[in-house]
Design a protein around this ligand. Structure first.
Ligand SMILES: [Fe+2]
Ligand SMILES: [Fe+2]
Length: 185
């Protein structure tokens, strides 16, 4: 893709995200969204750590090619751990801080998490010889994950970084890094 096409594709993706955010998230005038619209990707502690985990998961899924096996199993278990951090630590901390404004956003993310689990199960059940089906299932999962991660990295995580006190963020990061140390090679 040449640079002009890349720029057009990036712009189209940003426009789609803006539309999706306006539909899905009531607090679209939050400081995090304002910062994003003004051109800055807000990268603070939680955002940086969780975005790094997204990158690791993307790489693992790409390496597995969506085929049932050790790599897909590793991807699935690390994705479950990642979603557990969000559902058990991050989303509740945000809702304690900002109340009802964050609940719809967190619920949307949780529903998408359940969908990812179903999609991974479908990949596991896909017959090894049916490459077309596997590629299609993988494509659906990759696209859904990419949209989800984008919304978290540009909206949810910056919101959390902005809302939580440094001590609260440090406490959550310690728990996540301890989990990571326990299961990483
Ligand atoms: Fe998530
Ligand atoms: Fe995430």
């Amino acid at each position: 893709m040449n640079p002009a096409m890349e720029e057009a594709a990036r712009k189209a993706a940003e426009d789609r995200l803006d539309e999706a955010l306006e539909e899905s998230f009531p607090a679209s005038d939050s400081p995090a969204v304002t910062a994003f619209v003004e051109g800055g990707r807000v990268m603070e502690e939680i955002c940086e750590f969780m975005s790094g985990d997204h990158d690791r998961l993307d790489a693992l899924l790409a390496r597995s090619g969506g085929a049932a096996g050790v790599e897909l199993d590793e991807f699935a278990s690390l994705l479950v751990r990642h979603m557990d951090w969000e559902e058990r630590l991050l989303f509740p901390a945000l809702s304690r801080k900002v109340g009802a404004d964050s609940v719809a956003s967190a619920d949307t993310m949780r529903l998408q998490h359940e969908e990812f689990k179903r999609q991974i199960e479908a990949l596991r059940r896909c017959p090894r010889e049916d490459e077309t089906l596997r590629r299609n299932l993988l494509g659906v999962l990759v696209e859904a994950l990419s949209d989800h991660n984008f919304a978290e990295e540009y909206y949810i995580y910056p919101w959390i970084d902005g809302a939580l006190d440094p001590a609260e963020k440090a406490g959550i990061l310690t728990v996540m890094k301890t989990d990571q140390g326990r299961t990483s090679p």
